[in-house]
Design a protein around this ligand. Structure first.
Ligand code: TYD
Length: 144
């Protein structure tokens, strides 16, 4: 069942158009955190799905600067799918947000800005474990 929500937060890059297109991503301005890591995803083989995980403390912003990708977001209660096909708009992937990248076009090039260095222990790669984690986090919040 598709549950409608408002999990999608879009971030607009600064764009300058002259005889070409210049896109500018400034940390703590356009990107709402200090950037520790930048990585790209490209040359995706057909029918590839990526993601299928959440992070415990890493916040990210993903731009699809060429082609398109369908972003599936799930916060443990609600889920939403957003088709990212405008290079000017990035999607905010906050910590504790399960995300999947689907229907990635052959020509897609994604650039991702992350608030933390790579650390495998920050990943939750099992959906059931994610649900459990979210439940325990919510319980801790309510106990405080
Ligand atoms: P992963 O984050 O699982 O990719 P995606 O979310 O796009 O499906 O990363 C794929 C592999 O690359 C995994 O073995 C971890 C490694 N990796 C790094 O070593 N450093 C990084 O910064 C990232 C993003 C991944």
């Amino acid at each position: 069942m598709q549950v409608k929500s408002s999990l999608v937060q879009l971030i607009e890059a600064v764009n300058i158009y002259d005889d070409s297109q210049l896109q500018i991503f400034e940390a703590e301005k356009v990107i709402p955190f200090a950037i520790k890591r930048v990585y790209t995803i490209s040359k995706c083989r057909p029918n590839l799905a990526r993601g299928h995980h959440a992070h415990k403390v890493t916040d990210q912003v993903l731009f699809c600067i060429q082609g398109s990708v369908e972003m599936y977001l799930d916060d443990g209660k609600l889920n939403e799918t957003y088709s990212l096909d405008d290079e000017k708009l990035g999607i905010y992937l906050p910590r504790k947000m399960w995300h999947e990248m689907r229907n990635i076009s052959n020509d897609a090039i994604m650039i991702v800005f992350a608030s933390q260095y790579y650390d495998e222990t920050d990943y939750i790669r099992d959906y059931k474990a994610f649900k459990k984690y979210i439940k325990s986090e919510n319980k801790n919040d309510n106990d405080e």
